[in-house]
Design a binder for this molecule. Sequence first.
Ligand SMILES: O=C(O)[C@@H](CO)OP(=O)(O)O
Length: 248
Amino acid sequence: MTYTLILLRHGESEWNEKNLFTGWVDVPLNDKGWGEAKRGGELLKEEGILPDVLHTSLLRRAIMTANLALDAADRHWIPVKRNWRLNERHYGDLQGKNKAETLEQFGEEKFMIWRRSYDVPPPEISAENTYTQEGDPRYAGEPIPKTECLKDVLERALPYWESEVVPDLKSGKTVMVAAHGNSLRAIVKHLDDVADDAIVGVNIPTGIPLVYHLDEETLKPTNPGGTYLDPEAAAAAIQAVANQGKKK
Ligand SMILES: O=C(O)[C@@H](CO)OP(=O)(O)O
């Protein structure tokens, strides 16, 4: 027997469109993102892969994507758990900065290390930065990072995975996790045992459900890498995410 897990990255956001580093900044979906989210839900319905429980981050682009997708799949009524541990990677001082301009300013090597390396975080955000999350009530009593590398994201996402997601999977529920490019890369790294230096090449497209079937004993995928419900669209979108530094 296998358990079913659906990973869904939020649809395109206003800052994805503007090519800005986003991180914990709570930006809304754009019109394209709304469409992607609905389409994601339609794909779930067409394939008959229907979530029984939803886990989301505390950011509206993931929350709205899940709402729109579940509505399209007639699963708007399922229980929801939200947690900051599923938030996007905190992008430190890069939050709000243009990706192409950052690449130009610092060069491709540093840009790629900050963006995709496993264990090198971008520079820390200062308390005066407009895009700090200090004082945001949704994080009251929680440690707000000043920056994070993917390793940090994995270390804070894993306790939530183990304590909240795994029990839902083990109870036989089809679990949907609606989150972000880098928090989902962390989960994919964990599931697929992706090596630290290979995770640099993993990009997650917006709004296309990625379905994993997990062995009931090991919780490891019987379909390594997962299965995108629209593989053609996913391949094109993965390339677009990889190229993001290159467009203004
Ligand atoms: O800006 C961000 O927060 C993330 C996801 O959109 O970007 P990147 O793909 O560059 O890590």
